[in-house]
Design a protein around this ligand. Sequence first.
Ligand SMILES: Cc1ncc(COP(=O)(O)O)c(C=O)c1O
Length: 442
Amino acid sequence: MNTPIYDFLKKYGQSGILRCHMPAHKGKSLIPELSAMYALDITEISGADSLFEADGIILQSEKNISSLYNTSGTVYSTGGSTLCIQTILYIMKSENRKIFAVRNVHRAFMNAAALLDLDVEWIMPEYSGGILSGNINPQDIENALKNSGKPSALYVTSPDYTGKTTDIKTLAAICRRYTARLIVDNAHGAHLKFLPQDIHPITLGADLCCDSAHKMLPALTGAAMLHTSVPEYVPLLKQAMNMFGSTSPSYLIMMSLDLCNKYITEKIKSDIKNNLVYLENFRRKFSDRLVFADGEPFHITIKASESGLDGNELAERLRKNGAECEYSDKTLVILLMSPVCTKHDYEKLSYALSETVGECRKTRPYTMEFDMRLPERVMSIHDAVFSDSETIPVEKAAGRICASVKVPCPPAVPIVASGERIDRNSINIFVRYGIPDVIVVK
Ligand SMILES: Cc1ncc(COP(=O)(O)O)c(C=O)c1O
């Protein structure tokens, strides 16, 4: 697989040409260790193409990734999946589609819904233990789309933050029955295409999906891809992304995506094969002491409370023993691995975890079971976000309308979404999650 972006940057970096153009660092780093990186950091000069009007090296590289994921079209994002989600929702808005969203959305969705003044109808997943993960009942989707009365789109997050995947194939079949578009936030699943069984959302029937390459592939932070399987959307992707993206997208990030194409072609499948063995051995080693959640293999989600441990203590001690986790709360610890992890990484993690489990105090099982119902909707997300607001203690918020959502950063069911009324039930959940204040409409 060729790497047109990397090749161009490398040649330019070595050329010695006088850079009478942006960026102002002129290819020189203030710190010698970073010189090689600065030399590659350029802007849209002659021959470098342009992300939103791509017809040269960027287009070539995007065609490479599109062929690897077998999509109708794929475009690069240097603004993460956040930018892809804005782009997708903009296209849905321009088609005047009603959005049915399974509620465990990332806040990128909430923000885009506010900016675009989207008509969002929520579908509540069925919960088990906490607000991070739940099951989607296909019948709920069927009922929602059947009664929509408008062109619609279904928005789902899969894998979720714990690595749990949804039955995209079934949802795609339901969407097709009602000519609804299926959008998948696959931020955590760029590698799913290359598992022994390809379970990437586009393969399973999604119309549009975003992959944060930086989460699961060896790409720089901010690198993401927006895929579509719908030929009519291909020319719209750039036009729509251009509405939100910086006019100075990072070439370093695009280069890292370009290099991922080579990695995918040459190495990812064998790396995944090796990692699956390490992952299985790792889980087996701890299976008598820890309870693991089901999900795609690279998310090691430890059900700490079910294992008789406090998740935050486990994470804290794990850090001291040399391993930093992706996320923890009282009930869960999420360790995120990737295809580039080595046998040595798993040995180090095994050692750290063995030490940690030994040190942690045993706790009584703690469950995060809530009565998650949809709060009353009083105004649109857009109107609530753009209204005059104030921050008040959670305990005093009963009856007030939520202005901006304050959920813990990972994608989890918003306890209350913007425009919804805060009730006693929601206050209890805020308190359980240690959220002290809320932003409400004045
Ligand atoms: C499910 C999900 N969607 C979207 C995003 C936003 O992705 P990015 O950070 O690539 O913009 C995240 C980030 O954590 C996420 O977890």
